[in-house]
Each structure stands twice: as structure tokens, then as C-alpha cells.
Design a protein around this ligand. Structure first.
Ligand SMILES: NC(=O)c1ccc[n+]([C@@H]2O[C@H](COP(=O)([O-])OP(=O)(O)OC[C@H]3O[C@@H](n4cnc5c(N)ncnc54)[C@H](O)[C@@H]3O)[C@@H](O)[C@H]2O)c1
Length: 360
């Protein structure tokens, strides 16, 4: 049975991870997974208190957490902003914690992602990136249709991810660019559906609110070419007045349009399939974070190898870092030549992607 430590008691730590864990622990369905007794949380922010009356106890430091918990039998949820990750991972590793769930994005640039990958190897960490769209029921159904081959060859994938993220962006600078907020979800799905990819083009714009400008936090655009020939384009707008998380998959014999749940308020996905001018529509429950957390705890409990999944998420981090570098070079007038500048994936990373594709 596993204990829990949540590091970072903000939106992701409390509203997402703890909200799901509290329900899973209370349901009693996974008694063999969750050790009795409180979960623990750490956050240096003075007002980051867990909700009163719940089984989440705040500790004053990570060292204290290591004293009250058995680090080897604990799952750590690292829910801090991406700019505050590497040092925390080093500290957690030094204290003996091994099983660590890292919120997306894994890192904000390639150097940080590679440093995390090296720490994972050297310290024997079992790191899992929170990429719960990979466990989404909509992704699973889409993957099943694509892999079955009944609608022929996969031609293209397109994502639109719009949401109003004005207040949180103006309050805190946790994400350096709009690539870091929503795209980690969709790039992972694209790689799982169509295999590894290389960057073709990318774009970035600022957020403007009145006379305030937040550089690089408005829209992000990414285009990649997959090894099998299909293309994916992704557009994300953090200044949108409406929420939308849409995937469109074009196959030789039909089109599939899916909507991921807009928020935890209504965790239902929608899927439309257009084949020979016939449209079929289905609506189904899609609580992907719950599915993901339960699967990962089970994986940790059973001692299963998380390396392929980590390989796929390293490729996500790499593609997003390349996209950012391309945009920043274009902004500086350096005109990055994508064909020449990109570092090709290593054989190990590509193997990780291929294996990761097998695990839904
Ligand atoms: N998977 C998802 O759907 C999803 C949704 C929202 C956010 N996120 C990700 O979660 C991460 C956190 O985002 P958020 O919205 O919760 O931000 P947030 O600002 O609401 O919370 C971050 C918390 O981390 C704490 N923190 C900072 N440095 C720390 C340290 N050294 N030790 C311990 N705590 C520290 C802060 O005090 C804050 O309370 C981001 O990477 C974000 O992209 C993921």
C-alpha cells in the first residue's frame, strides 16, 4: 500500500490531484492501493492550507515529510510550476523518495528536461509525467478507430485548445510561454496516435489585457510531421472567452471530431464520426485524471516499468522546446532553419515513443 505526499498545494495540487485522491480513497474500491492514515502536503506559501477536516496534513518541509512517511513507500505528486522542479526533484531524491508524479510540462526547456532525465537515471527514480489525456476515454476510442484500420490511412490530426487563462496568467508567472500550458496534453496524444514526429513550424503571440502585455502567453501554434507521413497542427489560445478542447482526425475513409471535457464540472466527452455522409454521435464519461492516477498508483504498486511512458513524455518536452527555440529565434530575427537546426531524436527516445504507443 502506498502513502501520498503532494508538493505544491495550489490549483493542481489541491483542486485536481487531492480532489481525485480524496474520492478514490473514500470510495474504498482500491483499498489495497492507498495506505490508511493521512496524506501529506508541503508548500512554503503561508496561506496554502489544505481544506479543513480532510485527511491531508501539511508539513513544514520535505525533510519533515521524509521523517513522517516511509519515502520508499510513498508516491510524491510534484504540483509546483515548471520553473520550480529540478531542485525539488534533487531534494526529493536525496531524501529517498523514488516514485514521483511530475505535473506537465516536464520542463520549460530542453536543458532542464535532459537534467531531469539524467537525475531519473542516476538516482533510479520512477518518474511519471502527468499526461492524463493519454488515459482519456476519448483518446482511447480515437486510437482504437485509427489502429483498427477500418477507416483507412491516417492523414492528419488537428487540435484546437482555447480557454480563458487571463487571471492566473496575470497573477503568477509559472509558465514562460503558451506552449507550456495546454500543448503538453495534445502533443502526447498526437504522438500516441501517429507515432514520433519532427517539428515543421511553430508560432507564439503575447497576451494583451488593457495596457498590460504578457510576452508569449497569448496563443501558441505548432505543426509537426509524423514518421508515417501524417501531419498534426495544434492551436492554443489562452485569451479566448470560451473553452474548447477539440480534436479532428482525418482518415482516408472518414473524419472524427472529438471534444475533451471542458472542465471537471462536466466530465463527459463528445465524439462525432462522419463516414459516407453519415454522422454518428456519442457522449460518454471521461474522467481522465482519475483513470490516470489510479493506473499509475497500480503501476507503482505492481513495480511495472514506467520507462516507455517517460520516453514518450520526453519527446513531448523535446518537441515543445524546439518549437519555443524556433519562435524565440524568429523573434530575434535569426530565422531558425528547421531542417538544419533540429536535433533528431535518439534511437532510445524513439524506441520509448514506439513502446509508449502500446500503452493506453
Ligand atoms: N494536468 C493538468 O490538467 C493541469 C492543470 C493545471 C495545472 N497543471 C500544472 O500544474 C503545475 C502547477 O500549476 P498550478 O495551476 O497548480 O499553479 P499554482 O500557482 O496554483 O500552484 C503552484 C503551487 O506550488 C507552490 N510552490 C512553488 N514553489 C514551491 C516549492 N519549492 N515547494 C513546494 N511548493 C512550491 C506554490 O506556492 C503554489 O501554491 C503547472 O506545471 C501546471 O501546468 C496541470
Amino acid at each position: 500500500m502506498l502513502r501520498t505526499l503532494i508538493v505544491g498545494l495550489g490549483h493542481a495540487g489541491l483542486d485536481l490531484h487531492w480532489a481525485v485522491l480524496r474520492r478514490l480513497r473514500a470510495s474504498g474500491a482500491d483499498r489495497d492501493l492507498f495506505a490508511p492514515g493521512p496524506a501529506y502536503g508541503f508548500d512554503p506559501r503561508p496561506d496554502a492550507d489544505p481544506p479543513a477536516g480532510e485527511e491531508l496534513t501539511r508539513v513544514g518541509s520535505l525533510a519533515e515529510a521524509a521523517r513522517v512517511l516511509d519515502p520508499a513507500g510513498t508516491v510524491v505528486h510534484l504540483c509546483t510550476p515548471p520553473v520550480a522542479r529540478l531542485e525539488l526533484l534533487r531534494e526529493l531524491a536525496a531524501l529517498g523518495f523514488r516514485r514521483i508524479l511530475v505535473e506537465k510540462p516536464l520542463a520549460v526547456d530542453l536543458a532542464a528536461a535532459e537534467a531531469i532525465a539524467a537525475l531519473r537515471r542516476d538516482a533510479g527514480l520512477d518518474l511519471t509525467v502527468v499526461a492524463h489525456w493519454l488515459d482519456s476515454a476519448l483518446t482511447t476510442r480515437t486510437l482504437e478507430i485509427v489502429r483498427s484500420g477500418r477507416l483507412g490511412e491516417l492523414r492528419s490530426i488537428s487540435f484546437v485548445q482555447r480557454k480563458p487563462r487571463l487571471r492566473r496568467t496575470l497573477l503568477r508567472q509559472g509558465h514562460p510561454t503558451a506552449f507550456d500550458a495546454e500543448l503538453p496534453h495534445s502533443v502526447g496524444v498526437a504522438l500516441r496516435l501517429a507515432g514520433d514526429a519532427q517539428l515543421v513550424d511553430a508560432g507564439l503571440s503575447d497576451m494583451h489585457v488593457g495596457d498590460v502585455r504578457v510576452p508569449h502567453m497569448g496563443t501558441a501554434r505548432l505543426e509537426v510531421r509524423h514518421a508515417g507521413g501524417a501531419r498534426t497542427d495544434i492551436f492554443s489560445d489562452l485569451t479566448s472567452p470560451v473553452r474548447e478542447r477539440r480534436i479532428t482526425v482525418e482518415l482516408a475513409g472518414g473524419r472524427l471530431v472529438g471534444h475533451y471535457p471542458g472542465s471537471a464540472d462536466d466530465d463527459y466527452a463528445h465524439l462525432e464520426l462522419l463516414v459516407d455522409r453519415q454522422q454518428t454521435r456519442s457522449v460518454f464519461r471521461d474522467d481522465s485524471l482519475t483513470t490516470f492516477l489510479r493506473r499509475v498508483y497500480r503501476q507503482y504498486a505492481d513495480g511495472l516499468d514506467g520507462a516507455p511512458e517517460f520516453g514518450l513524455n520526453m519527446r513531448v518536452a523535446t518537441l515543445l522546446s524546439e518549437a519555443k527555440a524556433h519562435c524565440l529565434a524568429a523573434e530575434a530575427g535569426l530565422g531558425a532553419d528547421l531542417g538544419v537546426e533540429l536535433v533528431p531524436a535518439t534511437a532510445g527516445e524513439l524506441a520509448g515513443v514506439a513502446e509508449g504507443m502500446e500503452r493506453v
